[in-house]
Design a protein around this ligand. Sequence first.
Ligand code: PLP
Length: 401
Amino acid sequence: MKPIPYGRQHITEEDIQAVVEVLKSDYLTQGPKIAAFEAAFAEYVGSKYAVAVANGTAALHLCTLALGVQPGDKVITTPITFAASANCVLYCGGEVVFADIDPETYLLNIHSVRTLLEAAPRGTYQGLIPVDFAGRAVNMDVFRQLANEYGLWIIEDACHAPGGCFTDSSGQRQNCGNGEYADLAIFSFHPVKHIATGEGGMITTNNAIVYQKLLKLRTHGITRNVDEFSNSLQFALGDPKTPNNQDVAEWPGWYMEMQDLGFNYRITDFQAALGLSQLQRLKTGLARRKAIAAAYEAAFENQLFIKGQSGLMEGHAYHLYVIQVENRNGLYNHLKAHHIFAQIHYIPCHLMPYYRQFGWKEGDMPHSERYYANCISLPMYPTLTIQEQEYVIETIKKFYA
Ligand SMILES: *Cc1c(COP(=O)(O)O)cnc(C)c1O
């Protein structure tokens, strides 16, 4: 039988046509599809600005760069995430401090964060990186209040949650990545995510200054914008004898300045075309994911050995469907023997060999470690058929029978 993975991309004929159209055009890298994808994505999540980049990790790196993370700066994140959420701090020479998760939501626990902040002198920490883990939106309103108390910035890792939302303290619906509470939010378009562009990522923000910085850092720190130039026009013209800058009306068209140490983190125009095409199906994909989650919830409701995702949640984007089970490794192997390829999200980041060198060890994050010991992610993607899901459910039930 056909293997059933935990997640997979969905490419339609329209997607393929959208890519082919760009391949036949004049632009392969920065072209009109990137701007169109950025505008459509910003509109979808409700942010003022969006910057498309090479991947989600590059998006995180540009965020820490744009926020000015320096050697010695301390930033707090969750251990239950993909390593990149933490690594972006190290790229700038900063230090990652993990705070434990809430055992009910599996999200960064605001009380653990507060405990860290209260225990250190003011100014010890610079920022927070909460993660909308599995697609469940972090209540960014309460994190913003805490961040304001301590003068911290917030990067929302929303890779799991395009289309996710939460209700803020004034009863308003807030989309993940809309920039209302977090300074910056990032998304990934890796094939297992909601939108697939092969590799790809997006940063959203409402901050015009940070937005301009991101644009520059995405492409080597180079600007071609006359208003941003630092050198004199005389220098630009390469003519020391030019009598007076003001006499020359035009800067030469080829002139540009490298002002910051940036990177080449551009996405290609054909990837942006694919992303734009996939964005049109994000809503229907989310509806299908919700239906799959509901079917799992119903199936596991009265099961002794399985704990579901604590009820169906309105704003959950269901990138993953994570359950907590007894004998997790036994279940994983049983599913694998039946061609069902579940996954573990995540091995706690603080226990990765690389992070252990900074002193992190077993027992530091008890809730995260307990969660990890029992977690397993079941197949969750829009093209998972009803029959396939029934087969997954039956296979799990048989294991515990
Ligand atoms: C996928 C993912 C990333 C990294 O995205 P890439 O596009 O693979 O670089 C970062 N954070 C989380 C939570 C992710 O799921």
